[in-house]
Design a protein around this ligand. Structure first.
Ligand code: HEC
Length: 126
């Protein structure tokens, strides 16, 4: 009888430990996987985290969209469709090319990765 009452709690405990371990490992591993995908897509040819290359630094994007509702969706659509306008003062009006081979889920994961970078205010354009 005693074992019967203890068993469900033991099971829940083991489940929680299991989820805890997964939770601790999933984030960096998932982040690395997204970064690898971005590398394969050539994102880092035009973007760096901490400086402008052709496109804005990802840390500037994280700053501009920090706490903005719907930012993941907005950026994911921009990554897929491409376009200019937001960063013209820094880029001279160059457009990001479309990445229409990406699924919405892939683009959203990339947008989340960008937004997870340490936010840095963009320097004055010029
Ligand atoms: C050929 C260069 C180029 C490549 C390749 C490129 N980008 Fe961009 N990206 C840009 C430019 C230029 C902008 C600025 C667009 C603007 O002014 O609205 C930009 C803007 C962005 C933004 C901010 C959008 C906004 O509205 O503020 C994100 C996020 C982004 N890129 C992510 C990506 C990801 C992820 C990839 C790879 C799948 C990628 N970029 C590949 C040039 C590029």
């Amino acid at each position: 009888m005693r074992t019967l009452t203890v068993l469900p709690f033991a099971a829940i405990g083991i489940l929680m430990i299991g989820l805890g371990i997964r939770g601790a490992q999933a984030t960096p591993a998932a982040g690395a996987a997204v970064k690898a995908q971005m590398n394969a897509q050539g994102c880092f040819a035009c973007h760096a985290v901490d400086m402008k290359i052709v496109g804005p630094a990802y840390s500037w994007v994280a700053y501009r969209f920090a706490h903005q509702k719907g930012a993941v969706e907005k950026l994911a659509h921009k990554i897929i469709a491409g376009g200019a306008g937001e960063w013209n003062a820094w880029t001279g009006g160059i457009a990001m090319p479309p990445h229409s081979n990406l699924s919405l889920a892939q683009a959203e994961a990339m947008a989340r990765w960008v937004l997870a970078q340490k936010p840095v205010a963009p320097p004055p354009p010029g």
